[in-house]
Design a protein around this ligand. Structure first.
Ligand code: ZN
Length: 139
């Protein structure tokens, strides 16, 4: 199996956390010492409002559903608030999709969507990754 270029592996871009209210949910993190990274943003492709908090070189992204169509709304309904996904940063999204598909990886969709802050993202299927929803992010 081919290993991605850098020996250090792919960096964690962010952790996505499903919450009912980003203002209330950000308080504990701000007390712990994670400042806001930029303004809140609505990501219409996912029907969420996102607040990013800086954690060193990575972010925590608090995800509040903006409609009942949001995958975050159904997640909260089924499993409650909490950790939703792990996002890994890639250099070339299409190349990673092709490489992983060739290795038998299962995606929710291989069609990149618009993420926060002008990024492009795809999600790997949590059944394939043993219960973890993995997002690949290209900046
Ligand atoms: Zn994400």
């Amino acid at each position: 199996m081919k290993v991605p270029a850098a020996l250090k592996g792919l960096p964690i871009d962010h952790l996505g956390i499903a919450v009912k209210d980003i203002a209330a949910a950000s308080l504990p993190y701000q007390l712990i010492g994670l400042p806001m990274a930029g303004e809140d943003e609505v990501v219409s492709s996912q029907h969420v409002k996102v607040r990013a908090l800086q954690a060193g070189d990575s972010l925590l992204e608090l995800l509040e559903p903006t409609s009942s169509e949001s995958p975050i709304a159904s997640f909260i309904e089924k499993r409650g608030e909490g950790l939703h996904h792990v996002a890994l940063r890639v250099e070339k999204l299409e190349a990673e999709i092709a490489r992983l598909e060739a290795e038998g990886a299962q995606f929710i969709s291989t069609e990149p969507r618009a993420g926060r802050a002008g990024t492009r993202v795809v999600f790997l299927h949590p059944k394939w990754a043993k219960g973890v929803l993995i997002e690949l992010v290209e900046h």
